[in-house]
Design a protein around this ligand. Structure first.
Ligand code: SIN
Length: 292
């Protein structure tokens, strides 16, 4: 592959609170180390990075993603893996052999990827390929901006609390094949994570919770926990801290799972085809197996 020389990156903001588009990046060429370092700096600072018009192969997506760290092979999410590349998590609504795709309902709740694991990813790199005629949008929210928007008193209240993340809390689990659900349960026990985490590269404090998987604070009952968790969740999805992305084919969004969460909207016609794939870049170990 031809190596591209270092370039000054032209950018535009995606929303008030976070997100940036970087222009004139071509991932069909291997980027210079300095360019990758600058993308990483912008990604850390802005939480999500949009690169449009990337008509790349699965191998090129994997090679680009590796520049940012070790890739998850999705061992605990095997049913969703690309058949030839374990590094790729496939998000598809296209039936296979006349049966609904296993991933047709994936991501239909606000979450940060794999927060229910002991090595949650630092980020994910998502490549849109086939899209419905209208819709198929993804929403993003900034945990970092939402944390900054809390009162000092509330920051004191939540500092040092851990919350339980349980993959089985996802409502769409009820629509899935019971055999698949049993397999996912076995591979993904509930995990406790700090409710506030300092981003390990920027030091910026970020909330860390999800809409359906975070149901309890360690040491509290569900009834005691839920009002606080619900308030924090609603605070995070205040429009002030969100961005809605309308995908074009070949868009890439790199999202930082430490400082943002996202939601795949079901805003398209039933049966419409949407086919995307993403890589998941492993982060630092975080959390512990949740006490009963
Ligand atoms: C996800 O990775 O959570 C899915 C996002 C999407 O399909 O828009």
């Amino acid at each position: 592959m031809k190596r591209e020389p270092m370039m000054t990156l032209r950018t535009r903001k995606l929303s008030y609170a976070f997100g940036i588009e970087i222009f004139e990046i071509d991932l069909t060429h291997e980027l210079a180390d300095e360019t990758v370092a600058e993308i990483r700096r912008l990604w850390n600072k802005h939480g999500i990075v949009l690169l449009r018009g990337q008509n790349i192969t699965p191998q090129q997506l994997i090679a680009y993603s590796r520049r940012f760290g070790e890739l998850d092979l999705h061992e605990t999410l095997k049913p969703f893996r690309h058949p030839e590349h374990s590094e790729l998590f496939v998000l598809s609504t296209i039936p296979v052999d006349g049966k609904p795709s296993v991933s047709e309902n994936v991501g239909r709740h606000w979450h940060s990827d794999l927060s229910y694991t002991l090595r949650p990813p630092l980020g994910s790199i998502f490549h849109a390929q086939i899209l419905p005629e209208v819709g198929g949008d993804t929403m993003f929210a900034s945990f970092a901006a939402a944390y900054d928007g809390l009162s000092e008193k509330m920051k004191e209240v939540i500092e040092g609390l851990d919350a339980v993340h349980d993959y089985m809390g996802v409502e769409n689990m009820k629509k899935r094949d019971p055999k698949l659900v049993a397999q996912l349960r076995e591979a993904n026990p509930p995990v406790a994570q700090p409710l506030v985490r300092a981003h390990n590269e920027t030091g910026r404090k970020c909330l860390y919770l999800s809409e359906q998987m975070t149901k309890r604070i360690v040491g509290m009952t569900e009834r005691e926990s839920m009002p606080l968790l619900r308030m924090l969740f609603e605070h995070c999805v205040d429009p002030l801290y969100t961005y809605r992305h309308k995908w074009h084919p070949h868009d890439i969004i790199m999202w930082d799972n430490r400082s943002t969460m996202h939601l795949a909207l079901a805003d398209f016609a039933p049966g419409a085809h949407r086919y995307c794939m993403r890589t998941t870049i492993l982060g630092k170990p975080s959390g512990y197996l949740a006490p009963a």
